[in-house]
Design a protein around this ligand. Structure first.
Ligand code: PDD
Length: 279
């Protein structure tokens, strides 16, 4: 039976419930992680736990569990599901208090973890994106559960027949609503620097690592919206999408309208890395 974890207990999803006074519900006061599982192996566990630590610290919370405790929870949940490809979702909120902004009232955090099969998708054949003003807050480096702007941005993309919104803040490209961005211009791969406008994506960092290991140059620098429009290739990356090539932006073809040659190469290297890591 698929299990979920809630505050120290494993149970069926239908039996997992929390108080309406949980600050996750009343304030969106919490952080989360999405950790991919390929071939039943947790991919880049250490990196995800480190990012979780940084998100927690940014909202004045301690990590309620040790690394080993996280690992054993993940392992038990993964084993409770047949699928080899899964994504673990974990969420930590500041817990249950009176509805009061004061965070010092909080005592016990709420910890929830579930794992779900990763649905088969055809993203490697190319996806469509729109551009949109980045309407999110100033701490996009924190993986906060407060995701209403991102939800609205994804919806705007969907209304225009696209999969993702590429966000522009003050004329500069930041990332996708739930993905990081790479562009390729005249053979040069560029991705925005990691600052408060961008989630430090685990997939993004891995791609940079793979490129360095294979002597392929990638520049971390700001991308203005004009450069985005001149890109030969655009890729959007996340733990569940992996590296998705964008073939249409705002109804205009990118490159030839098919996944480009640089994407083919990097995606092959990424898939090789993954296969080695998860066998
Ligand atoms: N989102 N940027 C944002 C705003 C994201 O929400 C995500 C991932 C990424 C990619 O990060 P990573 O490579 O570590 O998955 C970048 C997850 C998948 C989500 O919210 O479901």
């Amino acid at each position: 039976m698929p299990l979920v974890y809630l505050n120290g207990e494993f149970k069926a999803l239908k039996d997992a419930s929390i108080s309406v006074l949980d600050r996750g519900f009343t304030f969106g006061d919490g952080v989360y992680e999405v950790v991919p599982v390929f071939n039943k192996t947790i991919f880049r566990f250490e990196e995800h736990i480190q990012r979780l630590e940084r998100s927690l610290a940014a909202i004045y919370m301690d990590n309620p569990l040790s690394k080993n405790e996280w690992l054993s929870i993940f392992t038990k949940l993964i084993e409770s599901i047949d699928h080899t490809e899964q994504s673990i979702y974990l969420q930590i909120t500041r817990g249950i208090t009176a509805r009061d902004h004061d965070i010092s009232l909080a005592e016990e955090p709420t910890v929830f973890v579930m794992s779900r099969p990763i649905e088969k998708n055809s993203y490697s054949e190319g996806i469509k994106a729109i551009t949109h003003e980045d309407i999110r807050w100033q701490y996009c480096n924190v993986k906060a559960i407060t995701l209403l702007p991102s939800v609205l941005l994804r919806h705007r993309a969907k209304l225009q027949g696209a999969n993702e919104a590429i966000l522009i803040r003050d004329g500069v490209v930041t990332e996708g609503a739930a993905s990081n961005i790479f562009i390729c211009v005249d053979g040069q791969v560029i991705t925005p620097i990691k600052d408060n406008r961008v989630l430090p994506g685990i997939t993004r960092d891995l791609i940079l690592e793979i490129m360095v290991d294979n002597n392929i140059k990638c520049v971390e620098s700001s991308i203005d919206s004009g450069l985005l429009n001149n890109a030969d290739e655009i890729w959007l990356t996340s733990s569940t999408w992996e590296i998705a090539p964008v073939i249409e932006l705002d109804d205009k073809k990118i490159g030839t309208g098919k996944p480009g040659p640089v994407w083919q190469k990097i995606n092959r290297l990424y898939q090789d890395f993954k296969r080695n890591y998860c066998n």
